[in-house]
Design a binder for this molecule. Sequence first.
Ligand SMILES: [Zn+2]
Length: 308
Amino acid sequence: MKLDIEQKAYLIDQVVALDLPIRKVIRNLYEAAAATVGKPLCLAAAEKIAATSRKRDTVLLTTGFPIPPKNIGETDGPLGTAVLTETLLAAGLKPVIATDDHSMEIVKAASPNIPVISFPKDDEKASHLAEKILLELNPSALIAIERPGWNQKHEYHTMRGLNISSLVGKTDYLFEIGRKRGISTIAVGDGGNELGCGTIIETVRKHVKYGYTCQCPCGGGIAASTPADVLVVSGISNWGAYGIAACFSLLKDLKYAHDKEKELHLLNRVVEAGAIDSITLESKPLVDGLPPSMNTLVAELINTIANS
Ligand SMILES: [Zn+2]
């Protein structure tokens, strides 16, 4: 059976939105996000990047989610970012990644050939750096993958409703200033507290635990307030980024190469660099509590669909 790109994109969205971590809100969040674009989300995101980027343009990605109490970056995010940056490189674009100190070594381990910038936590420094980067790199698109997003009070939270503002480099400024300049914004999230989930803030407040009320004194809930032009909701954010990479490869007629062996390799690399699993809080090759078997299965499914 030879599938066309629309059919493949439909299947890829079905796979990346699988609620294998049993969050029980993925379907609500996915449907709210899909309603904003009216087509498969990974394809919409890939088309957005393709429409706004020409060869040799810089694309600025941001990832890295620090998890307390160890205050180390998690395994979700850097893998998806690595796969998407490889795809963008293959298409002749110039990816650059922004993160913060807690995920710096992890992101570098996953993407050793990509420049990585550490973002400051201080508001003034972060907004100045965002202005400087946007001016100097002039990116054609901004892409956030499992990156903390501030709420309406500019506070950052974990899924458990805990305040992590003291840990997070304020990459929201990239999106805030970039959007005002008309730069395309794409985001991937799986819980509603990630940068870009402002696109569906009311759905997050309604359905996600701590969405409306957090466990910290800010009183703003964990729902992220900064929106993106296209928000991809997936069961695990890495998968959403793989889906975008697969759709972008299809649009550009490139081979999509991320498979189970590459998934295992990347997972082991980030764990060697210290990454922790957000659920068990241990430095083990798990992503949001899911074992390598589940993550390689999803990686392989996306690969099979893309190359079918
Ligand atoms: Zn709070």
